[in-house]
Design a protein around this ligand. Structure first.
Ligand SMILES: CC(C)(COP(=O)(O)OP(=O)(O)OC[C@H]1O[C@@H](n2cnc3c(N)ncnc32)[C@H](O)[C@@H]1OP(=O)(O)O)[C@@H](O)C(=O)NCCC(=O)NCCS
Length: 175
């Protein structure tokens, strides 16, 4: 159903649509997402990856989600680097939306829903994210969700063969 967006924990059956999207978008994502091995673009490789994500979820360090438009998996939203200790309570958001579903507000709504999970389910106080300095759509998604930029980290990620800087974002979630 176009226009509706939901998120849920990733499942083994999400491997096939994720591999299909990432294979179709490999060129479009090259400036924004790190290079991946060939297995990343197969359902079997994604199924192994999902097993690892669910193991990390069990250990409490990761909340690996998928983004749905109606019933269809169109992307991922992940809370990573979770520090649940009472004196830290923070995590870092990452996301992607398949090219054929972009610019319809899905990432903006998925991030809003992920912030609810971070606050209400994971009981975190602080959300962090990082974007490429040129990734204006991703920056719009964060601004629309109350994030503010607070600095630049240098040479943080190898993208398309070049070490790139990251713009760092924060949003306080409250108690
Ligand atoms: C970034 C990404 C997640 C956005 O997903 P999306 O579902 O298209 O996002 P939304 O539709 O919710 O919002 C996109 C915003 O970018 C804006 N936008 C789109 N193209 C733009 C451009 N070239 N320049 C500036 N803004 C642009 C849209 O107008 C919208 O802003 P608005 O809400 O103020 O109107 C998606 O493009 C993506 O997965 N890209 C590749 C991977 C990636 O960049 N991941 C994030 C790494 S930090």
């Amino acid at each position: 159903m176009p226009g509706t967006t939901s998120i849920r924990l990733i499942e083994p059956a999400d491997a096939a649509p994720i591999a299909e999207h990432r294979l179709r978008d490999v060129e479009a994502f090259r400036p924004w997402e790190p290079a991946q091995p060939a297995s990343f673009y197969t359902a079997r490789g994604q199924a192994e990856r999902i097993d690892g994500l669910l193991d990390a979820h069990k250990s409490g360090t990761l909340w690996p989600g998928v983004v749905l438009a109606g019933e269809e998996v169109i992307g991922q939203v992940t809370v990573g680097g979770i520090l649940p200790q009472p004196h830290l309570r923070r995590g870092s958001l990452g996301y992607w939306i398949a090219g054929n579903a972009q610019n319809q507000g899905h990432a903006g709504r998925a991030v809003a829903l992920a912030l609810e999970v971070m606050r209400d389910v994971l009981k975190l106080r602080r959300a962090e994210a990082s974007t490429n300095l040129e990734n204006l759509p991703s920056q719009r998604v964060l601004r629309r969700n109350g994030f503010s930029p607070y600095g630049v980290a240098h040479s943080t990620i190898l993208l398309d063969g070049t070490w790139r800087d990251s713009l760092l974002w924060e949003r306080i979630l409250g108690d």
